[in-house]
Design a protein around this ligand. Structure first.
Ligand code: GAR
Length: 202
């Protein structure tokens, strides 16, 4: 299942890939932390069940985490993909499911909500995207795959982010598909794909 907060172009790439049986994964549900976003509309158009859990509708983040974990569990996903979900996931969700996140920078550089803006402000010549497992920190989990994207003369946040997102969608689709088809193991900070033995985190 996929969690979104915005336009959902990464979600769309997953939905498109999953329409082919050979992909090996389906999107069983889409969850969001806000209403009226294109990500939810994309799921509805694809006939995928959706739900919304707003932090503000709960007493505190702990209660939100508890309810979000229940909502996710209701769809019995093998994997949760955070694709532009702009909230830090809590301990209950993370204990119950493996979660993959896509981030628009080469972690550990530029974690957080403004990665593209921060990379431009720093003046880097190369940035990119990272697909990683989520742990309790902010964009600190073990890296699954990364791809570089050059910063071009005259780039602004929008143009650079669009170029990163083109690469990011391909990388996310490829990695989620491989995880579903081949399995993975995590040993310390190393994620190894293609280990049919399972998904044990040591
Ligand atoms: C993506 O670039 C994703 O990496 C980023 O939001 C965008 C969502 O695009 N996520 C973060 O910055 C999380 N820190 P989308 O809604 O079109 O898939």
């Amino acid at each position: 299942m996929v969690l979104v907060s915005g336009s959902g172009t990464n979600l769309q790439a997953l939905l498109d890939a999953a329409s082919d049986d050979a992909y090996g994964a389906t999107v069983v549900a889409v969850g969001a932390d806000r209403d009226d976003i294109e990500g939810l509309a994309r799921a509805e158009r694809a006939g995928v069940p959706t739900f919304v859990e707003r932090v503000g509708d709960h007493l505190d983040r702990d209660k939100w985490d508890e309810r979000l974990a229940e909502r996710i569990a209701g769809h019995r996903p093998d994997l949760v993909v955070s694709a532009g979900f702009m909230k830090i996931l809590g301990p209950r969700v993370l204990a119950a499911f493996p979660v993959v996140n896509t981030h628009p920078a080469l972690l550990p550089a530029f974690p957080g909500a403004h990665a593209v803006r921060d990379a431009l402000a720093y003046g880097v010549r190369v940035t990119g995207c990272t697909v990683h497992l989520v742990d309790a920190g902010v964009d600190t989990g073990p890296v699954i795959a990364q791809e570089a994207v050059p910063v071009l003369e005259g780039d602004d946040e929008k143009s650079l982010h669009e170029r990163i997102k083109t690469v990011e969608r391909g990388l996310l689709v490829e990695m989620v598909g491989r995880m579903a088809r081949e399995g993975w193991t995590t040993t310390g900070r190393t994620v190894r794909l293609g280990t049919t033995s399972g998904r044990t985190t040591k």
